[in-house]
Design a protein around this ligand. Structure first.
Ligand SMILES: [Zn+2]
Length: 203
């Protein structure tokens, strides 16, 4: 079982960090302690993984790396919710698509997601289809976005691409379900991001 609570909204000014959307900075250490205590309590029954859903926000990469350096994560989910200066998935975000255009918002979302992949900080990219949350669909195929995720560009970043498995684990749920231990997770490709996080920590 993997816990992947949401990283504090480190990339927003303090007054804009809505406590309903993510844990507060003052809750972070308690979260680590709680998962660790569950890991110990249930060690004979079920493996407990320490994870985090971590926002990628352009220009805040170093701050993010700093947060990720505060624990040895089994699993870091990378996500993009903040697109072109606002949430793309909040209840009030639907109006943005009328104002700003469906195509441009989709394009910006995937540009940021590709940048997130390039940081190498994440084991898994989450909700690839988030812009459709309010029912908006692009009229044209997203050729540019597809090209961003095509070929070598993120080949070495993705946790699953380089490991030929019969059933490619596209998300962290795989890790959570099959009871592999931490070493095995590394062998399955999760170590790329972990190494990258540790390297940043050392530098
Ligand atoms: Zn999310």
């Amino acid at each position: 079982m993997a816990f992947t609570d949401h990283i504090p909204l480190y990339f927003l000014p303090e007054g804009k960090r809505d406590p309903k959307l993510a844990m507060g900075e003052d809750q972070f250490d308690d979260y680590l302690k709680e998962v660790e205590s569950l890991r110990r309590e249930f060690s004979s029954l079920i493996p407990i993984r320490l994870g985090l859903e971590a926002d990628y926000a352009e220009g805040h990469e170093e701050a993010l790396a700093g947060w990720l350096a505060r624990a040895d994560w089994d699993l870091v989910l990378g996500s993009v919710h903040w697109v072109a200066g606002d949430w793309i998935d909040a209840p009030g975000s639907a109006a943005r698509f009328d104002r700003e255009g469906v195509g441009p918002l989709y394009a910006e979302y995937y540009r940021l997601l590709a940048k997130a992949a390039e940081t190498g900080l994440f084991d898994v990219l989450t909700h690839f289809d988030l812009p459709k949350k309010h029912g908006h669909r692009p009229r044209e195929p997203l050729e540019e976005a597809i090209a961003l995720f095509d070929g070598d560009r993120i080949e070495h970043r993705a946790a699953t691409d380089r490991h030929e498995e019969e059933e490619a684990p596209a998300c962290g749920a795989h890790v959570a379900h099959d009871g592999v231990d931490r070493r095995e997770i590394g062998e399955r490709g999760q170590s790329d991001a972990r190494e990258q996080r540790q390297r940043r920590q050392r530098d």
